[in-house]
Design a protein around this ligand. Structure first.
Ligand SMILES: C[S@@+](CC[C@H](N)C(=O)[O-])C[C@H]1O[C@@H](n2cnc3c(N)ncnc32)[C@H](O)[C@@H]1O
Length: 283
């Protein structure tokens, strides 16, 4: 995508600063683009959509995000702006393919680096539990990059689960990634003391579901979780998230090692933070 060319083309009618801000928030998912437009531009959505479409050669459909995805299974609201109206697409990342419907499931291309980072931390032979797996992205990237792992991959949304089943097959990982449809709290109860590594990629439920994630671990293991944290700076937000997560885990077990890194900005002075914790005495 040539942001500079788009900015130039729209430049006569919109302020450059606002355009840059808006374009930096475009998500490209397969052949679809999702854009967040400032309220003052909403009436010109189709015009902007057509322009974006003409400048983004691989993109076939443009949508505006109307509401953010929030707690639980709720996906982001979308309004069609230009190009194809069909919301199903195929997204490719790290040698894996994912079929999804952006109107029915939650998916963010912005976690791509995190998916590879966690895959590189996993070692062969590990039993991994992904508590909020969505369409299977983390689970499939890990299994593709680390031979010999087995990933139990849970999601409560039927739509996400169905796409996950399809994506596991699409990537040749039947029996390696095991899709499970259900509430992570209930499924985790049946996986007590089995996992070497647990993933919790859903900030809204992390504090509530942490005890269930930790209970899946063997005597010693890793938990990787994502949280939203306010802070005066990224560094301060990371420190605060690390402190709060450590305190939460220490309510019921021992933290041997804990680190954090900022993933992205998710609002004014609010950041998504990845926290990795090594835990002893999990189960
Ligand atoms: C943020 S998305 C996962 C994103 C995904 N890991 C990725 O890389 O794109 C969170 C997922 O958690 C699922 N979810 C919400 N509440 C749940 C629960 N109680 N148990 C299991 N899954 C849940 C949602 O359906 C959604 O698919």
């Amino acid at each position: 995508m040539r942001k500079k060319a788009i900015i130039e083309a729209l430049g006569g009618s919109f302020s450059e600063e606002e355009l840059k801000k808006s374009l930096s928030r475009i998500d490209i998912i397969g052949d679809l683009a999702v854009v967040k437009l400032p309220r003052v531009w909403e009436g010109r959505g189709h015009e902007i959509g057509e322009l974006l479409l003409s400048r983004m050669t691989r993109v076939k459909g443009i949508f505006r995000q109307t509401t953010a995805a929030c707690r639980g299974e709720k996906v982001r609201g979308l309004e069609w702006l230009a190009g194809k109206e069909e919301t199903t697409t195929i997204y490719k990342e790290h040698g894996c393919q994912f079929r999804l419907d952006i109107a029915k499931v939650y998916f963010s291309p912005r976690l791509s680096y995190e998916r590879l980072r966690i895959a590189k931390l996993a070692t062969s032979g590990e039993f991994i539990v992904n508590m909020f797996a969505g369409i299977g992205t983390f689970s499939i990237v890990i299994a593709k990059k680390r031979a010999g792992v087995r990933v139990y991959s849970i999601d409560k949304s039927k739509a996400a689960f169905d796409f996950m089943v399809e994506n596991v097959a699409l990537n040749g990982l039947n029996g390696v990634v095991v899709p499970i449809h259900g509430d992570a709290k209930e499924v985790a109860a049946g996986l007590r003391g089995m996992a070497d590594r647990v993933l919790m990629p859903l900030p809204e439920l992390v504090y509530e579901y942490l005890p269930y994630g930790v209970a899946c671990l063997r005597e010693e293991g890793w938990i990787h979780l994502y949280t939203h944290q306010e802070g005066t700076s990224r560094k301060q937000a990371v420190e605060e998230a690390r402190r709060k997560i450590r305190n939460r885990i220490e309510e019921f077990t021992v933290v041997k090692e804990i680190s954090g890194r900022p993933v992205r900005s998710v609002g004014r002075r609010t950041y998504q933070i990845a926290v990795d914790a090594r835990i002893v005495g999990g189960s």
